[in-house]
Design a protein around this ligand. Sequence first.
Ligand code: NAD
Length: 509
Amino acid sequence: MTSTALPTTDDLRARARAALGNIGVDVAEGGGFPARTPLTGEHLFGLTAATEADTEDAVAASCAAFVIWRTTPAPRRGELVRRLGELLREHKGDLADLVTIEAGKIRSEALGEIQEMIDICHFAVGLSRQLYGRTIASERPGHRLAETWHPLGVVAVISAFNFPAAVWSWNTAVALVCGDTVIWKPSELTPLISLACDHLLARAAEEVGAPRDVHRLLLGDRAVGERLVDDRRIALVSATGSTRMGREVGPRVAARFGRSLLELGGNNAAIVTPSADLDLAVQGIVFAAAGTAGQRCTTLRRLIVHRDIADTLIERLTAAYERLPIGNPFDDTTLVGPLISTTALDTMHGALARVRAQGGKILAGGNRRLAEAAPAAAYTEPVLVHVGEQTDVVREETFAPILYVLAYDTLDEAIALHNDVPQGLSSSIFTRDQREAEVFLSAAGSDCGIANVNIGTSGAEIGGAFGGEKDTGGGRESGSDAWKSYMRSATNTINYSTGLPLAQGVSFL
Ligand code: NAD
């Protein structure tokens, strides 16, 4: 199915300008750094990228602001994030418009992305009164050990196009309450939403009396990111994007003994066992595999289904894929918007050609859509592919809506297939058998940072820590105790006795 006609680039430009205007951003046009829309694949505005001097200025200003911010009481730092959350709520519709225009998300998912930002602000405000350290029993009489958490310093946030605003907020809301200052280098594909977020944070800072430079935005491509990566004044580089990017960033930050928090690619799988509730499984699988046009790090890319139910499940999935409405993401009936670019579509077609050559068989979907209406855009049917084995292309992350289906006979075999990929982000099992569910969640089960039962791989809530193992980079962001990545701990030994006993019974003097 194709939903209603696409808007024109002029319509989208006007809508973006209106949303930015409502938020208070005046787009300074005329530069050579483009803002584009995947809805038509065309150019919206010419912005200006940060120069080397701008980067230097941002780092210096951020270091200066840190000196003030680190001693501002944490609950007062929380006030800034509380106000930011209010402004995000007030401008939810405008911000969602920008996410749709720049990243191509359907309306409901774009609104969901902004809701996630509001949620993390609430979480971080609570956290601002809960940055707990422990008191530890000392082996020495009249002594006490304590663990104290201090702000870390300047945090660089480098983000990807597919969660152009939420990933920034996960990092920034938490880093700010932890007493850090933030420099944001957003994806070069989504500059408009970052201008909007930066503006709202600046407004919140002004209103609550926080230093303006607790947050700085640097638009630009990877060269801007690389300068931040190599700058010794930046304590933490939190980088979200491809495994290729993480492979470059991780060692460079480590070489200067900086800290990095890497949130990289996934190759997420779901196991469907014979006892699964198939109604629920079909719903969960289609959302996880085709939602966001397959462009979530947690997108379901591999389906490992028990041989006895494979034909039934495939039949139901094929029927569901054939009904998916594809097209204008502003249309409420659309479920699949565009890919980010025609380059992404070419990569998808390349992967499909390889998997066919390796024996894969296309079961449903895969055709390009709306090529005549929008030749520079990349609309495609999500595709379901049957594969006999987990070949090299199946083991890679192709950032597009391709779902590979594999059959299994025993749960051990399914878990082995599941874990036999380089990435380790998200995973799930559909089963009504508690033993199978518990095995999947156990130390001998899924090796991912996220392991779910009877829901798909995508759509995490902010309360839990988010991230994955192996080539996914090992970082944890958002909820639980992910805040500890944004702080440094100090162990304090306090002697309130009149003697000086040494630890481990050592005697000296
Ligand atoms: P990308 O790697 O092309 O770019 C991500 C960001 O890194 C951009 O801001 C880019 O300018 C910057 N960058 C690239 N190379 C760099 C370098 N050498 N030094 C410094 N900065 C550099 O990724 P993308 O195409 O925007 O996003 C899609 C990828 O991101 C997918 O692989 C997806 O799985 C991953 N992703 C992961 C998570 C997660 O939480 N694990 C979340 C969202 C996206």
